[in-house]
Design a protein around this ligand. Structure first.
Ligand code: ARG
Length: 296
């Protein structure tokens, strides 16, 4: 009987620990902006997708200001296929001719964006979908590579619309399409858009939801995860070649946003259910956290 009581006491303590651990973070991050880049497996798998949506609504509900930035790779390809337009890539970038750009814009802004908005609203949040064109949020310029078409870079960010929305409890959902000064639409890498928006807002956090655990010292071995580094160490890991391949642009994106005043950036694994809540509201987190220089 005594053992039973002890067992129940321990089980209840474990259950409540996670909630209790969250309190200081809820207090610390209330009213702060968290920019989340949503992509990869967490976007393809519907169970994972539901969890990301619930996590975003959770963040908003406890007083944080989440902003979601999304890509939409697979859905773009399937629509290009349906329309008989061949998807082409050059150095990992989509070759975006005028016809492809039309489809990218229709799919990202018309379908993917509105689906996310609707899911958030069904989960009890208040989402508003935007692309770079809305409220002049982002102006684009050509990325510059020969023969790549309408692939853009972020030229400027005007955060007014995001500020207005998130201050009033709306959850902005941004697709990574923007126009240049002449109104020509460009497709921009969604990590870059998220990083630049986070920087312009002076966000508390930039969180990249990826298909990898975070920065690993051996990229084949998830147990070699580096849980926390500062901006200087992150730069060093890139120049030492520990960060390699597809992780280079991700870590570079984090470092750029930190250099512009974002407090922390996180690379986390979107394949882990509720990765966002685990990273933000627990002490140890789940991925790699990169701290800005103000923490040094
Ligand atoms: N990967 C890590 N070491 N994460 C620690 C996260 C700590 C805390 N929850 C935060 O978001 O600031």
């Amino acid at each position: 009987m005594a053992n039973d009581t002890e067992y129940i006491r321990q089980a209840e303590a474990n259950r409540v620990e996670i909630l209790s651990e969250a309190l200081p973070y809820i207090q610390q991050f209330a009213g702060r902006t968290v920019v989340v880049k949503y992509g990869g497996a967490a976007m393809k798998d519907s169970t994972l997708k539901d969890k990301v949506i619930r996590d975003i609504v959770f963040l908003s509900c406890v007083g944080l200001r989440p902003i979601l930035v999304h890509g939409g790779g697979p859905e773009i390809n399937s629509w290009l296929g349906k329309l008989g337009i061949e998807a082409q890539f050059k150095n990992g970038l989509r070759v975006t001719d005028a016809a492809t750009m039309d489809v990218v814009e229709m799919v990202l802004v018309g379908r993917v964006n509105k689906e996310i908005v609707s899911l958030i609203n069904q989960a009890g949040g208040m989402a508003v979908g935007l692309c770079g064109k809305d409220g002049n949020l982002i102006t684009a310029r050509p990325q510059g590579d020969e023969g790549i078409g309408f692939v853009g870079e972020v030229s400027s960010v005007n955060i007014k619309i995001l500020d207005t929305l998130s201050k009033n409890g709306y959850i902005p959902v941004v697709s990574s399409v923007a126009a240049d000064d002449n109104g020509q639409a460009y497709n921009i890498n969604a990590d870059t858009v998220a990083g630049e928006i986070a920087a312009a807002l002076g966000a508390e956090k930039l969180i990249l939801l990826t298909d990898t655990r975070g920065i690993l010292t051996d990229y084949k071995d998830p147990s070699t995860l580096i849980p926390k580094v500062d901006i200087r160490e992150a730069r060093q890991l890139i120049s030492d070649g520990v960060v390699s391949g597809g992780m280079i642009p991700k870590v570079t994106c984090c470092v750029r946003s930190l250099a512009q005043g974002v407090k922390a950036s996180h690379i986390i694994d979107g394949r882990i259910p509720h990765a966002l809540l685990l990273e933000i509201f627990t002490d140890v987190g789940i991925g790699t956290m990169i701290l800005g220089s103000q923490f040094k």
